[in-house]
Design a protein around this ligand. Structure first.
Ligand SMILES: *Cc1c(COP(=O)(O)O)cnc(C)c1O
Length: 492
């Protein structure tokens, strides 16, 4: 006892330890005020920054500070150096990639999750975090109209979710691989459309199936997977001794937000006894709308489904839900339990570490739970409908305008379109569209991205931010038309 006390006296002064509570309180209030001000005036901030590559790096020292720095200075540098160099995804005129939102309730939950810093790797490492993940994903599952046997687990991204789903599919196709690896096994193949997300091919690579392990199925004129071509590809592969591992159907593709014919694909998966994974990372949330049910009919027979609340469900990044019809398939692919993690309490509760690669797990269910409660089902429905209406409106403007064309049917919140004046050939049109996007983004008043479909450059406009209104969409359309005039000045 004496010796212990002596040791304590030798410890370094009271300067060690975390930020003192009073200081924390002060800066927490200040930061909360700053966040509230940012959200209230985000409209006034340029959505895309006026910066050159390396700008921030040049302004920051090479080394971390030797001695402590005051919080005032750290926050000032955040405001003056970091903030101006950001592309603002939470801006109502952010229409690039897929528009997303960090909603108020989601931000508050993130603050709390950071303060608690719990890690729900096994049940006992944070019981309520493990259980809330089950509750929040079950709530969402019911809202989406999916049957009870789907169990949800939250990952960082859809890329991870799809990787895990395909790992389970691989496990089922190659039971021996669990112990022996894939060495000497027959070639396996995953099928997706030529519009599927690159994360699927990446997963195939990661799982050791090689680039040849992915087969892109042609899509039709509306960018939907062609089920006849899918069936033929599987037939051909089987004849050649290739093992089908999984079919990936996409509900809301990345380039044009097209929707694969899931009912027909599900029939093929059932007939062929092949794992069906549905990538609804973007499109999934609109399954809560009864009028959209037709697009989803058949997805309830899938083996696995990914939906990203961090895309079109107002949850701050990162939050991707993977639903698995037989969760034990996932566990079979990933469960390796060393003694220090073996759990003897809470039997019957799952260990979330068994559902994927990572052991540590952020408390992501808290923000999903906050978002679902704060907006409620009807609140979520009305916001999604608003986005769908705005997208239809924009599509209508494009269709009616001379020299502009709609490049894909609009079913969701994302529009693929192109400035296509008759006097310009396709290559010139490509260059014009790239220039138009550049001009719009340089204005700082709207941000959009392009894609390539059928070998042509196509512009996209994705509507999905909670703060986006008619004014912002109309503003983007005006900017686009103005940019087209500028881009063609002296050309026609
Ligand atoms: C965005 C998206 C992905 C990738 O999502 P991450 O969460 O960023 O990995 C995969 N598939 C589709 C269809 C997507 O829209």
């Amino acid at each position: 006892m004496e010796r212990l006390r002596e040791g304590a006296e030798k410890l370094t002064a009271p300067s060690s330890g975390d930020m003192p509570p009073e200081e924390f309180r002060r800066y927490a209030h200040e930061t909360a005020d700053w966040i509230a001000g940012f959200l209230a005036r985000v409209d006034d901030v340029p959505v895309y920054p006026e910066v050159e590559a390396g700008d921030l790096i040049r302004q920051l020292p090479v080394d971390a500070p030797t001695s402590a720095e005051p919080m005032d200075e750290i926050l000032r540098d955040f405001r003056e150096l970091v903030f101006p160099g950001l592309t603002h995804w939470n801006h109502p005129a952010f229409f690039g990639y897929f528009a997303i939102s960090a909603s108020g309730p989601g931000i508050l939950a993130e603050m709390l999750a950071a303060a608690l810093n719990v890690n729900a790797m096994v049940w006992r490492s944070s019981p309520a975090a493990t259980e809330l993940e089950g509750v929040a994903t079950a709530w969402l599952r019911r809202m989406l109209g999916l049957p009870q046997d789907f169990e949800g687990v939250i990952n960082d991204t859809a890329s991870s979710s799809s990787l895990y789903a395909l790992a389970a599919a691989r496990e089922r196709t190659y039971p021996k691989a669990h112990d022996e690896g894939l060495f000497g096994q027959p070639i396996g193949r995953v099928y997706g459309s030529d519009q599927a997300h690159s994360s699927i091919e990446k997963a195939v690579l990661t799982l050791g199936l090689g680039r040849g392990g992915y087969r892109a199925i042609t899509s039709d004129a509306e960018f939907r997977m062609d089920p006849v071509a899918l069936r033929a590809a599987i037939e051909e592969d089987r004849q050649a001794g290739v093992r089908p591992v999984a079919i990936v159907a996409t509900l809301g593709t990345t380039s044009t937000a097209s929707i694969d014919p899931i009912a027909e694909i599900a029939e093929i998966a059932a007939a062929e006894d092949v794992w069906l994974h549905v990538d609804a990372a973007y499109g999934g949330p609109v399954a809560v709308l009864p009028e959209m049910a037709g697009y989803f009919s058949g997805w309830e027979t899938a083996d696995s489904i990914v939906v990203n609340p961090h895309k079109w469900l107002f949850t701050p990044i990162d939050c991707s839900v993977l639903y698995c019809r037989r969760p034990q398939d996932l566990v079979k692919a990933f469960s390796i339990v060393p003694e220090y993690l073996s759990s003897r309490e809470g039997d019957g509760e799952r260990s979330l570490m068994d559902y994927g690669v990572s052991l540590g797990r952020r408390f992501r269910s808290l923000k999903l739970w906050f978002v679902l409660r704060y907006f409620g089902r009807t609140g979520i429905e009305s916001r999604l409908r608003e986005h769908l209406e705005l997208a239809a409106l924009f599509a209508n403007w494009v269709e009616e305008a001379d020299e502009w064309s709609l490049e894909a049917p609009v079913h969701l919140g994302t529009i693929a379109y192109r400035f296509a004046p008759g006097w310009a050939d396709s290559a010139v049109q490509d260059a014009l569209n790239l220039r138009i996007a550049e001009l719009v983004n340089a204005s700082g008043q709207a941000f959009l991205t392009h894609t390539s479909v059928g070998g042509r450059i196509v512009l996209r406009l994705s509507i999905g931010n909670l703060r986006t209104t008619h004014k912002h969409v109309a503003g983007a359309w005006a900017l686009l038309r103005q940019a087209a005039v500028e881009a063609t000045a002296g050309l026609a």
